[in-house]
Ligand binder design. Sequence first.
Ligand SMILES: [Zn+2]
Length: 374
Amino acid sequence: MYRRKHLRRTYRKNTRRTLRKTNTLFREILFFLQRLLRRPFVKTVLLIFVILTILLVPVPWLITKITPSADPGHFGKSSRTAPFALAEIPKKVTVWRTASHKTETVDFEDYVKGVVSSEMPSSFPLEALKAQSVAARTYSLGKIQKSETGGNPKSHPEAPVCDSTHCQVYQNPSDLKSIKGSSWMEDKDGWKKICKAADATCGQLLYYRGELVQQALFHSSSGGKTENCQDVFAASVPYLVSVDSPYEDEATHQNEQHTFTVENFAKKIRAYCPKIAFGDIKSSNIKIISRSTGGNVEKMQIGNGLIEGRTVREALELPSTNFTIKISAGKITFTSSGSGHGVGMSQYGASGMAKKGYDYKDILAHYYQGTEVW
Ligand SMILES: [Zn+2]
C-alpha cells in the first residue's frame, strides 16, 4: 500500500516538472521570436514574403478566372470562355460526296482539314492556313445550323454540306493521297502543315456581336479591294464589307487578258442571256456603265441591253468581274484582276498579310470586319 502511494506521488511530481520545463521552453521560444520580430530586417523579409504570397497565388488565379484565355484553341473547345454563349460544335459531320452520290460521316475537325487542304495551297504561310481553318470551320457550322432548322439544301437533301464549291471543296485523306501523292501526305509542308493549322485553331470560330458568323465567304484574290456583299449577292452582311487587300502581289490572274471578236463576244452573251433583246451589238454600243465600291463592274451596256458585270463574267468565263475593256479593230479585250466573287477573305491577300507578319486573328479581323475569334 505504501509503495503504491509513493509511486503515485513520484509520478505527479515528474509530470509537474515536465510541464514546468515545457512552459519554460515555450516562453523562451516566444521571447526569442519577439526579439526577432523587433529587428527591422526581419520585418522587411516577412512583409515581402506576405506580399509575394498574395501576388503569386490568389491574383493569378483570379486573373485566369476573370479573363478569357489568350489563345483558347490550343486547349480545345472545352476551355473556351466568352462573354456570350458559344456555338456547339458537333463531333461528326455528314458530307454529301458528289462523285460517288453517297454520304460520308467524318469527325468534324477531320472535315475541316479536308476542306482547308482543298481550298488553300499548303505552301501558303501557316497563319493564312490557320485563318482558312477558322473560316472553313465557321462556314460549315453555319451550314449545319441552318440545316437543323430549315432542312438540308435542296441540291443535297442527304447532308447539310457537300464536297463541291456549292458548299466548300472537301477531300478526305484517301482522295488527297491519290491527287497530291503520298510524299505530300508525309511532307511537313503538305498534309502535316494543314493538320498543324487546323489543330492550332481547333474549335475556334468567328463571331459577330456574339453571334456565329453565318457567311464566312472567301475567294482566291480580289484584285486589290474586296467587295461589299450586297454588290455581289443580294443581301448586305455587316462583316462582309469592302476593304483594301494590299498584299496580293503573288496572286494568280493579275492583269489577265481575254480577247474576243465582237461577233464571238455577242454570240456568247446572247447564248447566256437568251431573254434579253440586245438588238444590234457593235463596238460602239459596248460600255461599262457602273462599278461597285470594290471596283467590280456592276452594269454593262451591250447593244440595247443592260446586264450585270457578273453575268458577263459567267458568260465569258472570266476569272473576276474586276475588269476593264478595250475595243479596237473589231476585237474586245477584257483585262481582269483577281479571281472569285471578291467577297470576304482574299486567300492570296491572307497569304500576303501572313508574310508581312500578321497573324490569323489579324487576317480574319481585317477581311471580316467587326468579327472576333472565340
Ligand atoms: Zn453543298
